[in-house]
Design a protein around this ligand. Structure first.
Ligand code: NAD
Length: 267
């Protein structure tokens, strides 16, 4: 049995992760961690998640949680994740993070921590989206430079980072195949007399509203035809199940930075 601590346990993803960990063979929930001052600290994490009483009270004692766990699952925010990584590195514990919105500098810091402990970091833990990454590579390879590429993503009105980590990864995957530097060609904003679209650019558009779990479409737009590769998430459970699967996969892996392509054997 692997002991799993969930960080951000009372959040939208955290509560689904509690269900996923409880339902996954070989995993047991050892600790549920929330930020200092969270109104539900001390309450049973299973009751908060609607998974029945688990005898695991919500705590803000990160150090004790890491010490008691074999692996940590963190779905929070980049600054929080970096702090969690520092504590995991100190204890020699593995971490699975689904946090999004890392700057290039923050990503570099994650890479440094992953030199000493095994880390899975993936902006999207669903099997479907990871299959899409593969399909996008193939589409970009076939279509080459003849098609304009635009990425459109839709999420709920509480999402803090834009565009989504998944949308950025989709843009990066296509740019890589086309031999372009994503950071140079990504265009996040068009307004007023901004001129014609350049051929190399990859448009990144964001829609926010209501309770949309997450939708992504990559358009390959040519002369007289258009290909759309889309993924729609209907619930958060498949992200949570992917994270639980990543915990099981991490067992016995050497230190390094992995993503869901590694976990699913798609890399
Ligand atoms: P949320 O705001 O509902 O949950 C985040 C939780 O983290 C909150 O409960 C908050 O109190 C807690 N938190 C904040 N600071 C903390 C700290 N210092 N210690 C412990 N807990 C702390 O957000 P969410 O919708 O659950 O999303 C969380 C993250 O997961 C975001 O970055 C989101 O983009 C990402 N996400 C990733 C995937 C994926 O598959 N990789 C899927 C969905 C969401």
């Amino acid at each position: 049995m692997m002991n799993v601590a969930i960080i951000g346990a009372a959040g939208r993803m955290g509560t689904r992760l509690i269900h996923a960990v409880c339902e996954t063979k070989g995993l047991t929930l050892s600790t549920a961690v929330e930020r200092d001052g969270h109104p539900q600290l001390g309450m049973d994490a299973g009751l908060i998640a609607g998974a029945g009483e688990l005898g695991v009270p919500l705590t803000s004692d990160l150090d004790a949680a890491v010490a008691a766990a074999d692996v940590l699952i963190d779905f929070t925010f980049p600054e929080v994740t970096l702090n969690n990584l520092a504590v995991c590195a100190r204890h020699g514990k593995m971490l699975v993070s689904g946090s999004t919105g890392f700057t290039p500098e923050q990503k570099h810091q994650v890479e440094e921590f992953a030199k000493t402990i095994p880390v899975v970091l993936a902006p999207n833990m669903s099997i479907g989206v990871n299959a899409c990454f593969k399909l996008l590579k193939e589409a970009a390879r076939i279509l080459g430079d003849d098609f304009d590429v635009e990425v459109v993503e839709l999420h709920h009105n509480r999402k803090k980072d834009s565009p989504s980590g998944t949308a950025v990864r989709m843009g990066e995957v296509v740019a890589e195949v086309l031999g372009r530097d994503y950071n140079q060609v990504a265009n996040y904003h068009r307004e007023g007399m901004c001129g014609e679209r350049t051929h190399a650019e990859i448009g990144m558009q964001t829609v926010r509203g209501g309770d949309i779990v997450g939708e992504h479409t990559v358009y390959f737009i040519g002369m007289g035809e258009r290909i759309e590769i889309s993924h729609r998430a209907m619930s958060r459970d498949m992200f949570a199940r992917g994270a639980a699967r990543a915990c099981v996969w991490l067992q016995g892996q050497p230190p390094g930075l992995y993503d869901m392509q590694d976990v699913l054997g798609l890399s």
